[in-house]
Ligand binder design. Structure first.
Ligand SMILES: [Zn+2]
Length: 157
């Protein structure tokens, strides 16, 4: 599946990014991935009851993109619940605009952690899809790079 490359602005990253059905051993558990931008569309539309065109503007995407994100996100959630999958929130093509809530844990990805490595050397670039990491080259944003393993756009990690 080819994902659109337009970066979505999101305003919220949850502290909890993994949900697991009770009573199922990890080995038997299947995971459904919900991306941060899908979750943001669900948050704006379903939780905050925002109009789609307004939510699209907020995320800096067209209403049709917003509506596709929303459909995919709702489908992922529905599939996970109906089939008893764990839900893992990760990845997506987004930029975190404002930190809401306390304490962002490691592994959330995206712009939420940008500040920490803004100074340049010492940072790493990370692929949110397969977990591949490599040192960040000074002056080269991670987002200019593609993961050598799975060709996903990388982020500072
Ligand atoms: Zn990768």
């Amino acid at each position: 599946m080819v994902r659109p490359t337009r970066t979505r602005r999101i305003f919220f990253q949850p502290d909890i990014t993994y949900f697991k059905p009770a009573g199922i051993p990890m080995v038997n558990l299947k995971e459904t991935i919900l991306s941060f931008d899908e979750l943001e569309s669900i948050r704006l539309i379903d939780s905050e009851k925002m109009e789609q065109n307004k939510a699209g503007k907020k995320m800096k995407i067209s209403q049709s993109t917003l509506s596709r994100l929303l459909r995919e996100g709702r489908k992922n959630l529905a599939d996970a619940i109906l089939q008893g999958h764990a839900i893992k929130i990760q990845g997506g093509n987004f930029k975190m605009v404002k930190q809401v809530g306390r304490g962002f844990g490691r592994g959330l990805g995206g712009g939420g952690r940008m500040r920490r490595f803004a100074a340049g050397p010492g940072g790493i670039c990370k692929c949110l899809k397969c977990g591949y990491e490599e040192p960040q080259v000074r002056g080269q944003p991670c987002t200019n790079k593609k993961c050598p393993k799975c060709q996903t756009q990388m982020v500072r990690g």
